[in-house]
Design a protein around this ligand. Structure first.
Ligand code: CA
Length: 416
């Protein structure tokens, strides 16, 4: 059976007050080297370039998700009664470990690595790692059950909903935490009230109608945080530079691997095959920034310039665009000013669906409200506010990024 810790361990946390640990296996996983690595990875990738205090780590977020799951399985009466001790521990571990496969720089890294962070996460949990040995020693089926919850395919769908549903512990923690550390006034909602009003009906998580206003707040928190923080154009501009830097490194590496021998920790991510979990383990943000410090003096002028722009925050300008024409035009301007457009013009499209209930009743994808008459209805059918935002068409934002010098030079050329 699973051992308890000798005494309850508590860790201070600005969002939850304290993180509470009573299970030895949770404590051992927190202390495993793959979890400790997350202390050296920012939760918000490039957002600290805009919100200068957004320096919190994925480690803090992972503890927060664990704490919300722990409270859900202990405080929501039906979960407390219905889930076995094994299931409770499995879902708490899934909350704790769900981000363990993240690389540095969040989204930018996701764009250049050949494997998604979810895949790395599941590999670390189910293959050879310190975390895996801890889990395997405790129970032979535990690591697979945790990976199934993270993939959203566990046989008990309630466990999937707790970690990755529409109203899940992951989202609830990151919205509150990111709001706190960016210092924005958006992103706040009443977590206590949501936990108090959750009820389980036929294997579905529902929220009592009296809790609907806190759920509406949560949906609006998502909306504002996406546009004000997660999809902020300056953060995207920073991430674009990282993508271009990796593109340049990959091209140089293909021609002559020796050119990048000084940044060995980055090389596994320049190859045509995905890096292994051991290689990912070695690349935290401390290592990546050391790599950048070395590249500042690289003989290749493009690599050097892109690196200095990242480190000195000399970011690209941006414009909102509606079609490809402006991109082509800026590429020409860049080339005319002596910049290779492959490495100096970047574009992206940000889109966010706030909350879109599926037509079919897939439990994990909807938020369900439990009426006073005990009937269960999908949130947007009874909340005019959510209904209005659901029926707005998908908001898309296309942008192109470029060095401001290319406009200045061409303007000068024109005025001569
Ligand atoms: Ca997460």
């Amino acid at each position: 059976m699973f051992k308890k810790t000798d005494e309850q361990k508590v860790m201070r946390d600005p969002i939850h007050g304290y993180i509470h640990v009573d299970d030895q296996i949770i404590w051992d996983c927190i202390n495993a080297k793959e979890m400790q690595r997350l202390r050296r990875i920012h939760q918000l990738g490039g957002d600290f370039q805009i919100y200068h205090t957004a320096e919190h780590s994925r480690f803090a977020h992972s503890l927060g998700v664990y704490e919300i799951v722990r409270r859900m399985v202990n405080e929501i009466e039906e979960l407390k009664l219905r889930l076995s001790d094994y299931e409770k521990l499995t879902v708490m571990l899934a909350g704790l470990l769900h981000d363990i496969g993240h690389g540095p720089f969040s989204h930018a890294f996701e764009a250049v690595s050949l494997m998604k962070h979810e895949e790395y996460t599941c590999k670390i949990i189910t293959e050879s790692s310190e975390v895996h040995s801890i889990l395997a020693r405790a129970d032979a089926s535990l690591s697979k059950d945790i990976a199934d919850i993270i993939k959203g395919c566990h046989r008990n769908d309630l466990l999937n909903q707790i970690v990755s549903g529409q109203l899940d512990a992951d989202r609830m923690d990151y919205l509150l935490r990111d709001a706190y550390f960016t210092g924005t006034s958006y992103g706040h909602f009443d977590l206590e009230r949501i936990i108090r009003t959750i009820r389980i009906v036929d294997q579905r998580m529902t929220v009592k109608e009296s809790g609907i206003h806190s759920v509406e707040d949560y949906i609006m928190a998502r909306y504002h945080m996406y546009w004000q923080v997660y999809l902020h154009p300056v953060a995207r501009s920073y991430e674009g530079l990282l993508v271009l830097l990796f593109r340049r490194m990959k091209d140089l590496y293909r021609k002559d691997p020796d050119e990048l021998r000084e940044v060995g920790m980055l090389i596994p991510f320049l190859k045509e095959t995905p890096a292994t979990i051991d290689e990912l383990f070695l690349l935290d943000e401390a290592a990546a920034f050391y790599g950048l410090a070395v590249l500042r003096n690289h003989p290749d002028p493009i690599l050097k310039d892109l690196t200095c722009r990242i480190l000195d925050r000399n970011l690209f300008e941006y414009e909102t665009i509606s079609d490809e024409k402006r991109i082509a035009q800026l590429k020409q301007l860049a080339e005319a000013a002596g910049y290779l457009s492959d490495y100096y013009i970047y574009s992206d499209t940000a889109a966010q669906t706030l909350y879109s209930p599926y037509q079919r009743n897939e439990s994990g994808h909807n938020i369900w409200i439990l009426g006073e008459d005990q009937t269960v209805k999908e949130l947007s059918t009874i909340s005019p506010l959510v209904h209005a935002v659901c029926h707005e068409k998908l908001k898309e934002d296309r942008k192109v990024y470029y060095p401001k010098e290319i406009l200045q030079r061409n303007e000068k050329a024109c005025s001569k």
